[in-house]
Write a protein that binds this ligand. Structure first.
Ligand SMILES: NC(=O)c1ccc[n+]([C@@H]2O[C@H](COP(=O)([O-])OP(=O)(O)OC[C@H]3O[C@@H](n4cnc5c(N)ncnc54)[C@H](O)[C@@H]3O)[C@@H](O)[C@H]2O)c1
Length: 432
């Protein structure tokens, strides 16, 4: 077996977050607290999980960070863009996710993280207005400004490498257009300032790829999930991943749906509803922004429970997803699921799930893993869509020839196998 050459994780890793809201500030506080030994990075595989390497009498269980070379938390330097001027400390207080006592020990580091001016278009997020926004003559010019930000951040902070991750608001639904189908047509549309097809998030993604930095899309925005960006990321040898962090309700769906299929139990309907009161909930209260999220959340069940393959079990499933903005709950999202299933001779049964979660608490460890694994992929010379990171995503990106993998256990197997390969071990089909 030929060993993949992975460059060591030497030097500082700049983590540039688009959006400095609830998720990003929770991610930053937790990372800074963990590196001081004041909090545990619960939920992060890169920090906690062990995987099996080797087989039979040679098998061993090792921490992922002892299998592959990952950037140390001590080497992370944070930066961000946002349309509001609040620094990371102010943003964490505003989000009200974490208690004061869990923020205060890293106050100075957080106060130093001041957001750079954002690329923003009110038409893409109608519920928000901010002043910390770039001006430019067209989308191409704005993209060039983001490139300059990345270069300056890297130089000023002495970073060896940079990863860019989107944890900003969900943009309105943008269908795939001809302009998205090749790099040349995308660049032309950016230079012509075709604002209907080039979203602000595309300016960040293009800039990151142009600077050779991995880019991760944590919202369901079309953004980097277009042939033009796949082409660009291959051309520039940059890993890309997306879309939409798989945190609460959808994570449960991708566990429950495979369970039904494994037992050959039928499904008539799946109704999912959420109440959420943070800024994300407010943005998603706009039907155009919700549509982007809805498409992402709906895609999961159809691929796992295939009505064509098993018409007697999964034909015409009624699947509905709702998100209701409900301020009293803030970041404490409550997600209800009702499943109408059927068993032997078609007899009906029901399953109810009530997940009282904390949205940003679930999302933060995903950001850490996605950032560290994307940096690893870059050092291993990998480029284009990183399907092995599907584990973390609601709408895993895939080209037109492949189907996405949604089943959480299959995604976990893909993730472990890629880590084994990158660590110099063989990928395998053994059961752990
Ligand atoms: N928390 C979860 O479980 C979860 C799961 C999946 C996806 N997400 C997505 O993650 C994103 C962040 O969620 P959140 O709860 O932190 O939301 P938030 O509203 O608290 O933060 C988003 C921030 O992005 C900023 N922003 C908006 N447009 C911007 C732009 N063009 N450039 C720079 N900044 C911009 C906003 O000003 C805001 O501060 C949302 O898109 C959300 O849908 C969250």
């Amino acid at each position: 077996m030929e060993r993949i050459d992975v460059k060591p994780a030497n030097g500082k890793l700049g983590v540039l977050c688009v959006g400095l809201g609830a998720v990003t500030s929770t991610f930053m506080v937790g990372t800074l607290m963990a590196r001081k030994g004041l909090a545990q990075p619960i939920g992060s595989l890169s920090q906690l999980a062990k995987i099996r390497v080797g087989k039979g009498s040679h098998k061993e269980y090792k921490k992922i960070k002892d299998v592959v070379s990952l950037a140390s938390l001590d080497d992370i330097v944070f930066g961000a863009w946002d349309i509001f001027e609040d620094n990371a400390y102010e943003s964490a207080l505003h989000a009200e996710v974490l208690k004061f006592k869990d923020i205060e020990p890293v106050k100075d580091e957080l106060m130093a993280i001041k957001p750079m001016k954002a690329v923003f278009d009110h038409n893409y997020v109608k519920k928000l207005s901010g002043t910390n926004v770039k001006e430019g003559k067209n989308r191409w010019d704005l993209m060039e400004q983001v490139r300059a930000d990345i270069r300056n951040f890297k130089a000023e902070n002495g970073c060896d490498r940079i990863v860019v991750i989107w944890a900003a608001s969900t943009e309105i639904y943008v269908p795939m257009a001809d302009e998205h189908k090749s790099l040349a047509s995308l660049e032309k549309a950016m230079k012509e300032d075709n604002r209907a097809v080039i979203s602000p998030s595309m300016c960040y993604a293009y800039a990151a790829i142009a600077e050779g930095c991995p880019f991760i899309m944590g919202a369901p925005n079309l953004c980097v999930d277009i042939p033009a960006m796949w082409e660009f990321s291959k051309k520039n040898n940059v890993p890309i991943a997306g879309k939409d962090f798989k945190t609460g309700q959808t994570m449960m769906k991708t566990v429950l749906a495979p369970a039904l299929k494994t037992r050959m139990l039928g499904l008539r309907g799946w109704f999912s509803t959420n109440i959420l009161g943070n800024r994300d909930g407010e943005v998603l209260d706009d039907p155009d922004n919700f549509k982007t999220k809805e498409v992402s959340k709906l895609s999961v069940i159809e691929t796992i429970l295939d009505g064509e393959e098993y018409p007697e079990l999964y034909k015409d499933i009624y699947h509905k997803v709702r998100i209701n903005y409900y301020p009293p709950r803030n970041d404490d999202k409550e997600g209800w699921d009702n499943l109408d299933i059927f068993g032997w001779m078609g007899y009906p049964m029901q399953i109810k799930v009530d997940f009282l979660c904390k949205d940003s608490i679930l999302a933060a460890p995903l950001l850490l893993d996605l950032v560290l694994f994307s940096d690893l992929a870059k050092r291993a010379g990998m480029s284009g869509i990183q399907t092995w990171l599907s584990f973390y995503l609601k709408s895993p990106m895939h080209d037109f020839e492949h189907k996405p993998i949604h089943d959480l256990s299959e995604q976990f197997a893909m993730l472990k196998n890629k880590l084994r390969e990158l660590g110099g071990y063989e990928a395998d089909q053994e059961i752990d």
